[in-house]
Ligand binder design. Sequence first.
Ligand code: HEM
Ligand code: HEM
Length: 227
Amino acid sequence: MEKRLIWDLPTRLFHWLLVASLTIQYATAEWMDDAMQWHFYVGYFTIGLVLFRIIWGFIGPEHARFRHFLKGPGAIASYFRTLPDKHAAAHTGHNPLGGVFVVVMLLLIAVQAVSGLFMTDDVFLDGPYRHLVSSETQDLMNTLHHQVINALLLVIALHIAAIAFYAIYKKQSLTPPMIHGKKATNSPGISSSRLLLAVIVIAIVAAIVYAGVEVLPPEPVDDGFYY
Ligand code: HEM
Ligand code: HEM
């Protein structure tokens, strides 16, 4: 088997920047004092990452595409049957169950980040959309922001356990390919990372996020009262 490029550079960068962002988000909310402003900025960055990955899932190279790794229940069931088999053929991209995990993680992270836009730290900082919604919606977003993180932590733990299972039981190291992009495979690899396209998508996503959090939300009306 030859080593071929499977994971394009933008997908790999997306992955490790996502890991860094979520770690920072957790640390700035749970462990650090006076870091809320950073929690907001890195939260906006995370929204950009997820938006980029969704677009990349339609126009990126083969293995990054949703249609490459989102399979029906039949494929997921037959993947399950091969799980105990140490010598089952390795998947070139995400396996059918991993594909479902990717989408679940992206959805949970999107809900976590978007609900943040309606949060307050009760002291100085309000998310940019908080003052535009009813108190019921504020409460709902607050509940989501405090609860979805638990589901997300669980799914991330399962994700890391799956990587460990592959490394220890199946003797397949999935992490190095997520770093350098290459895997030993008989299937064709990708011919390029489509970097120019990625740069264009990143510029568009950055503009959308900047407009969404800085330009579009109107300033709260200051009625002169302190509450
Ligand atoms: C905050 C923690 C993490 C999150 C949210 C996360 C999320 C993700 C996502 C969304 C993907 C899909 C990549 C894509 O197609 O765009 C993925 C794949 C992957 N992640 Fe993570 N990840 C996390 C931590 C880790 C860690 C700590 C490792 C390794 C030690 C790791 C190793 C991998 C590998 C190897 C894949 C590719 C799996 C395959 O070959 O199908 N991840 N991860
Ligand atoms: C994926 C991105 C995000 C993650 C992973 C995340 C994570 C967290 C976590 C773990 C907490 C603590 C919850 C608890 O104690 O139960 C928290 C609180 C909070 N987050 Fe986020 N967050 C994200 C995005 C955002 C964004 C975009 C904003 C605002 C624009 C925001 C604003 C807040 C606020 C105001 C709090 C409450 C802090 C307090 O209790 O004083 N978050 N977030």
